[in-house]
Design a binder for this molecule. Structure first.
Ligand code: PEP
Length: 253
């Protein structure tokens, strides 16, 4: 049987200042000291990353970026190189978050290029898969989700796909306070795993970690994470408070 290590990822988005990172990380670190049965990731905007990496150095907390460009170097003013993230000690990168897809017009093709570049630089891509319609009936939304998975993973080999993470995030659930029901989330994640099985076979599909994201909080996290295909949660608002983030990590074990 495949065991997939649970993971809890905080997506700080554009909500924290450099001066606020150390205290947050110290609080999380003190409570989680010595525990590494749940992978714990904090993702922050680029200007925070060097402070975050430094503050988390002696801990089991990994640091993630919220975006990356696919070129390593060159005249791409304002973009972030995957080589620079690797050099800094960043371990993860969120790619294709629905806010990037919607506000910055990121396409599946761009997501794919970013994922390939991240892998080349030993960063773990957390590829976000969004969905506008939430329903249990098979239809366009299934096609939408399946397509994003197929196109985002174009050219990614089986040995690399088992190292990356997919994060299913229904748009209506993000920041709304209304998470998807655990049953519906399981239904969607199962669909994603079936797509992985079609692409890579079941042995590989069963090793890939898939997370749910969208209004996760301590009151709904346990039920969500108990679902067979949900390997972790990607958390925005609730993770802004270090005590709540720690609570979510404890619920994942
Ligand atoms: C997110 O944007 O990745 C997210 C999950 O946000 P929230 O938890 O606030 O819905």
């Amino acid at each position: 049987m495949t065991t997939r290590k649970p993971l809890v990822v905080a997506n700080w988005k554009m909500n924290k200042l450099p001066s606020e990172t150390k205290e947050y990380i110290e609080k999380v670190q003190v409570t989680l000291a010595g525990q590494d049965d749940v992978e714990t990731v904090l993702a922050g905007q680029d200007v925070l990353l060097s402070k975050m990496v430094k503050a988390a150095r002696e801990s089991t907390i990994a640091i993630g970026a919220e975006n990356v460009y696919w070129q390593e170097r060159g005249a791409y003013t304002g973009e972030t190189s995957p080589a620079a993230l690797e050099d800094l000690g960043v371990a993860y990168v969120i790619i294709g978050h629905s806010e990037r897809r919607n506000y910055f017009r990121e396409t599946d093709e761009m997501v794919n290029l970013k994922a390939l570049a991240a892998i080349q630089h030993h960063l773990v891509p957390i590829i976000a898969i969004d969905e506008a319609i939430v329903t249990e009936s098979e239809g366009d939304h299934v096609h939408w989700v399946v397509n994003q998975v197929i196109e985002s993973l174009e050219g990614i080999s089986a040995p690399d796909v088992v190292k990356l993470v997919l994060a299913y995030e229904p748009t209506a659930a993000i920041g709304s306070g209304q998470a998807m029901t655990p049953e519906l989330a399981q239904f969607s994640l199962r669909r994603i795993r079936l797509t992985l099985a079609d692409m890579y076979g079941w042995e590989i599909a069963n090793q890939v970690r898939i997370m749910y994201g969208g209004s996760v909080k301590p009151t709904n996290a346990f039920e969500l994470m108990r679902q067979p295909d949900i390997d972790g949660v990607l958390v925005g608002d609730a993770a802004l408070d270090p005590s709540t983030f720690v609570e979510l990590v404890q619920l994942a074990r």
